[in-house]
Design a protein around this ligand. Structure first.
Ligand code: 4AD
Ligand code: MG
Length: 480
């Protein structure tokens, strides 16, 4: 007999043909109604057992969390809450879950905080919240590939172990096979990495951008979608040490084309979630509403989760230069009343997330694309503007999230790039291959990076980035 999943059954018509289904028990009421979930949907299937037909010892093992298999017929439901249910003829307990031990886990029926759920990350996917988040995460990943594949991009795999620092920020995790207690040393006492596995210092990648640029200069339009690693000691609700990034790179695109691409792309994937994840979004919307109730009135969101998503689809992102943004911030009442932790007084300051959120949530009330940042606060590879002070950078800022995308038009002029690397202390020997691109058929090109978890946060309404990735890696935590 063909095994079906609950999502399919709930959409089927009643039938006399027996069906088999397996899943985990969510509840067992009155020794008669089993609520079964198999992960295929947030909805449970009601399985009705006639307890007189089954051994008491067997029914005893049907406890919350247990894995069971049932066979029966799909009938129209007598009760409320579901159109169909299974009239069980055969019941098998596949894996028991001792109720005494279960009480100590997050699978017990009482409500648990997200923090508690994080401590049992191996079990949390069996909760409604994490089931919904992870199904959405999977759908969003697919939507991303779908968008690029439909638009003529090639998916390229950039290396995870690299010898270069793509962002030039020095936030890398070293990769080594040297004996930490007794590494080979140079006569001056420093570690001799020429004896290391790769014959040089190497690290986990912080971004696939530089390699993506090389491929864009041959394939035209490429994108990467892979794990990236940052050894920054940021303990915030928006930072992970290991996160997934989507990085498209396009030959002959300038910064305006780059902004158009980013906006179109984000709208596509958000629309995909609205269209294909209705049940999960409905659940997450209610969850968020509950959560908001614990906040003071003035901090509560005026929009529901799906209204926020629709809002992104229905509105153009506002495009503002860094210089204009600084003026807005400087003259804001918020700044004058010293409500920012970091007050804005001069052009050139890096924007903190409080400023980004002010622009998006209070001032424009729309997603914002900030561009033309001061060269000093941005990476070495961004194209210098004619003013000599600003670069063709763009950050996309989202409500509740702050920066969701960082990108730029790349410096394609050999001499300018070389000089820039020199002043910023980026070693030329390490990036000779990157400079080569500017020697042989250089051209205008642009790209950006979207933090996948920040996107998932936005779409699911989850407040903490640790709750949108299966196994979060953060400073002091690499459990599981
Ligand atoms: O702004 P970032 O550092 O840009 C780059 O890495 C460029 N090389 C991208 C490119 O142009 N191809 O990072 C891009 C995005 C950020 O906007 C943010 O969404 C996300 O990656 N991000 C993080 N997400 C989670 N945890 C962290 N520690 C993150 N750091 C960046
Ligand atoms: Mg950035």
């Amino acid at each position: 007999m063909q095994q079906k999943v609950i999502r399919e059954l709930l959409e089927s018509e009643p039938s006399l043909h027996p069906v088999s289904i397996s899943g985990w028990v969510r509840a067992f009421r009155s020794n008669r109604f089993i609520a079964l979930n198999d992960g295929s949907t947030i909805r449970n299937l009601q399985c009705v057992v006639d307890y007189e037909k089954f051994e008491e010892s067997l029914l005893h093992k049907v406890t919350i969390g247990a894995a069971i298999g049932v066979t029966g017929t799909l009938v129209a439901s007598q009760g409320q809450g579901q159109a169909v249910e299974i009239q069980v003829s055969k019941l098998e307990v596949l894996g028991e879950a001792n109720p005494e031990e279960l009480k100590l886990t997050i699978l017990s029926p009482k409500r648990h905080s997200l923090e508690t759920l994080r401590e049992q990350a191996h079990l949390r996917v069996r909760t409604n919240t994490f089931g919904a988040v992870m199904r959405l995460r999977s759908k969003l990943a697919f939507a991303i590939h779908d968008y690029f594949q439909k638009n003529g991009f090639y998916y390229m795999h950039t290396p995870i172990i690299t010898g270069s620092d793509a962002e030039g920020a020095g936030e890398m995790f070293r990769v080594t096979t040297l004996d930490a207690k007794n590494p080979p040393l140079h006569p001056n006492g420093t570690v001799n990495y020429s004896e290391d596995f790769f014959g040089k210092e190497s690290n986990l990648t912080v971004s696939g951008q530089l390699e993506a640029e090389t491929y864009a200069m041959g394939l035209g339009k490429v994108y990467t979608f892979g794990p990236t690693f940052r050894a920054e000691n940021s303990n915030t609700s928006r930072h992970l040490a290991e996160f997934w990034m989507i990085e498209p790179e396009v030959a002959f695109n300038d910064l305006d084309d780059n902004m158009d691409l980013a906006e179109d792309f984000i709208k596509y994937v958000v629309k995909y979630a609205i269209d294909f994840c209705e049940d999960d979004l409905e659940f997450l919307e209610k969850r968020l509403q509950e959560e908001e109730k614990s906040k003071p009135q003035n901090e509560r969101s005026e929009m529901t989760l799906r209204e926020k998503l629709m809002f992104v689809l229905d509105n153009n992102f506002v495009r503002v230069s860094y210089t204009e943004a600084i003026e807005i911030l400087k003259n804001s009442n918020h700044n004058k009343k010293k409500k920012f932790k970091y007050l804005i007084d001069d052009w050139g300051a890096d924007l903190q997330s409080e400023h980004e959120r002010y622009l998006v949530e209070k001032h424009f009330k729309r997603p914002v694309i900030l561009f033309d940042y001061p060269a000093k606060i941005k990476a070495f590879y961004m194209r210098l503007n004619e003013d000599g002070n600003t670069v063709r950078a763009m950050d996309i800022l989202f409500p509740g999230i702050g920066e969701i995308v960082g990108g730029s038009q790349r410096e394609e002029r050999y001499e300018v790039l070389k000089a820039k690397m020199k002043t910023m202390g980026i070693p030329e020997e390490e990036l000779y291959w990157y400079l080569d691109l500017r020697k042989f058929g250089t051209c205008v090109h642009s790209g950006f990076g979207l933090g996948f978890e920040r996107l998932v946060q936005f779409v699911t309404g989850m407040g903490n980035i640790r709750d949108v990735i299966p196994y979060p890696r953060t400073p002091g935590n690499a459990e599981f």
